[in-house]
Design a protein around this ligand. Structure first.
Ligand SMILES: Nc1ncnc2c1ncn2[C@@H]1O[C@H](COP(=O)(O)OP(=O)(O)OP(=O)(O)O)[C@@H](O)[C@H]1O
Ligand SMILES: [Mg+2]
Length: 229
């Protein structure tokens, strides 16, 4: 089994001037090739914090993140940006689409950053991704012209643009109706089963979580396995 992501004994505190709030107190989990893993836990338990650390968007106070055998503690900031761009697709809890670009341009953005140019093949791939998330008729819409669920689906397509081995998704179906959620779930299954992508997603939807190979629950700053297939 090829390990894609390993999070070991992560600790994370936030300071608000006077007091210190410890959110993660030794959180560990792993994601292997082709696995679909769900992360559940109450609001405020630290799911987004952990996902941001896993995606090298934030750093921990202690512990280690290993991406494809490379330790985050040994990466420079430039290397972290490169690893993120090459290997990790990230779906933010709050989409973060660029308002002045269309859906298609938003999906293409990571590719533009990675290669500095866009080929016809890249554009065709971006169109295919938008079709896969059911937005073939919304490609030239700007984010302000899209519903919340549509913006979320553009963000999922964008995360997949550079063919990442690891997909980290923070409540990817949070704004979606059951039917559209099922389509996203089918897309995740296809990525895992056919392309060997490892998908780690945060969800409050227990029905979606139940379809995962493993469910991790975060509570009191630590992560434990609550179910495994
Ligand atoms: N930059 C920050 N500064 C201070 N506190 C923070 C910061 N980011 C997160 N927190 C705190 O850490 C805790 C965990 O936040 P996080 O966003 O990880 O929760 P979550 O599990 O994703 O919740 P939700 O399900 O509501 O999205 C919260 O209590 C939050 O207030
Ligand atoms: Mg969150």
């Amino acid at each position: 089994m090829t390990n894609l992501l390993k999070i070991s004994e992560i600790q994370k505190s936030f300071h608000d001037g006077r007091s210190e709030l410890t959110i993660l107190k030794g959180a560990s989990l792993e994601l292997n090739k082709g696995e679909k893993i769900a992360l559940v836990g109450q609001s405020g338990s630290g799911k987004s914090t952990l996902l941001q650390i896993a995606g090298l968007l934030d750093s921990a106070n202690a512990g280690e993140v290993t991406i494809l055998s490379e330790k985050a503690s040994e990466m420079s900031q430039a290397r972290k940006a490169q690893v993120r761009n090459l290997h990790i697709g990230f779906v933010y809890q709050h989409h973060h689409l660029l308002p002045e670009f269309t859906a298609l341009e938003n999906v293409l953005m990571p590719q533009r950053i990675a290669t500095g140019f866009l080929s016809d093949k890249h554009k065709a791939h971006a169109r295919t991704l938008l079709k896969q998330v059911g937005l073939e008729n919304r490609m030239s819409h700007y984010p302000s012209e899209l519903s919340g669920g549509e913006q979320q689906r553009v963000a999922i397509a964008r995360a997949l643009m550079c063919l990442p081995e690891i997909l980290l998704a923070d409540e990817p179906t949070g704004n979606l109706d059951p039917e559209t959620s099922a389509e996203v779930e089918a897309l995740f299954n296809e990525l895992c089963d056919e392309m060997g992508v490892g998908v780690l997603y945060v969800t409050h939807d227990m029905e979606l979580a139940k379809t995962a190979d493993r469910i991790y629950k975060i509570a009191n700053g630590v992560v434990e396995v609550v179910s495994e297939k």
